[in-house]
Design a protein around this ligand. Structure first.
Ligand SMILES: NC(=O)c1ccc[n+]([C@@H]2O[C@H](COP(=O)([O-])OP(=O)(O)OC[C@H]3O[C@@H](n4cnc5c(N)ncnc54)[C@H](O)[C@@H]3O)[C@@H](O)[C@H]2O)c1
Length: 312
């Protein structure tokens, strides 16, 4: 598949940098806009086909320079869940206002855009009482969920007003190579691996019996590719998960087994963001309509992650 020119916002982050490396061979030119608030420039692939802009997605001048040139947009830039409770306004500025700026400028400057892929989040389900949770469900309490879900609505609005060919993916707990524990807001998998390697305690908030639906990065990237290329994906919202629940305690045990670490577990009180007891996504829609299937079991994904970490 030839993608022409591609923009990835948030391309210096975990998912964005892995997506950039994956798409680069099929891309004429890759534009990355990232303010490096949590991302790292070193995570980007080195190539003269890559132009990097250290800028916010609210920067009108940068948007005016880049947007007319691209065929596909992958909008990943975000303030994360943890930061959202400390500074609601900054979350709003990036996740909603920044997303809105990007949509508005895209339709002004590049109405023939081939696809606008937006990575939303399973956080819009909060502590769902339907498991596995289908795309029709929502329960908003965190600022991050509110801003990400509202941005989904604006994708629909621009689709209605200007035929924006968007696809929304609700990702669930991505992990794997490229997720760096130097980012203090990285996911639990990277944190557990780092603690296990250092012989430090694996910190578990709450009982450890809470579950998450962990998705391996290359499966997530495959879903993002299908969102961009599949004709049935335009104008649609899809869950991206495995449909399997894993307790945080089970995850910690698996990582200790894989690394051979004798780190203890340390239980700490739940934080403000710890509102989810069970998470498991219903992935029937993406399987049936886009033919996507996660290829990696958690065990396989964790082993791959450990191999990657050993070479860092
Ligand atoms: N990683 C996951 O488990 C997960 C789960 C659900 C949804 N998502 C979504 O996937 C996307 C990527 O997540 P990630 O894990 O790679 O996050 P990340 O924090 O690693 O990457 C986000 C990137 O956005 C950049 N950024 C932040 N504010 C910006 C701004 N105003 N302008 C430009 N760049 C800005 C950061 O510097 C960072 O490089 C996000 O949209 C996130 O909501 C991720």
């Amino acid at each position: 598949m030839s993608l022409g020119n591609v923009l990835i916002t948030g391309g210096a982050g975990f998912v964005g940098s892995q997506l950039a490396a994956d798409l680069l061979p099929e891309t004429d030119h890759l534009y990355i806009i990232d303010d490096l608030s949590t991302g790292r420039k070193e995570s980007l692939p080195q190539s003269n086909k890559v132009s990097f802009y250290k800028a916010s997605i609210t920067d009108q001048e940068v948007l005016e320079e880049v947007l007319p040139q691209v065929d596909y947009i992958f909008h990943l830039a975000c303030r994360n869940l943890l930061l959202s409770v400390d500074d609601i306004e900054a979350d709003f500025q990036t996740n909603l206002f920044g997303g809105y700026c990007l949509l508005k400028k895209t339709m002004e400057l590049n109405p023939k855009i081939k696809r606008f892929v937006y990575t939303s989040t399973a956080s819009v389900y909060n502590n769902a009482d339907i498991l596995p949770t289908p795309e029709s469900y929502y329960d908003i309490s965190m600022p991050y969920a509110a801003s990400k879900f509202s941005m989904e609505h604006y994708c629909h609005v621009f689709h209605h007003l200007s035929r924006l060919p968007f696809t929304i993916l609700r990702l669930s707990n991505l992990y794997g190579p490229g997720q760096l524990a130097v980012n203090p807001y990285c996911g639990v998998v990277a944190k557990f691996f780092e603690a296990a390697a250092a012989g430090e305690p694996l910190i578990i908030y709450g009982s450890g019996e809470q579950t998450r639906d962990f998705t391996y990065i290359s499966d997530g990237i495959d879903a993002i590719r299908k969102a961009a290329s599949h004709p049935e994906a335009a104008g649609n919202v899809f869950n991206v998960g495995t449909g399997r629940e894993t307790t945080i305690h089970r995850l910690a045990v698996s990582i200790k087994d894989i690394t051979g670490s004798d780190s203890p577990f340390e239980y700490q009180p739940e934080r403000t963001i710890d509102t989810v007891t069970n998470r498991c996504l219903d992935t029937k829609k993406i399987k049936t309509e886009l033919g996507w299937n996660p290829e990696h079991s958690l065990e396989k994904g964790l082993k791959n992650t450990y191999e990657w970490l050993k070479n860092q």
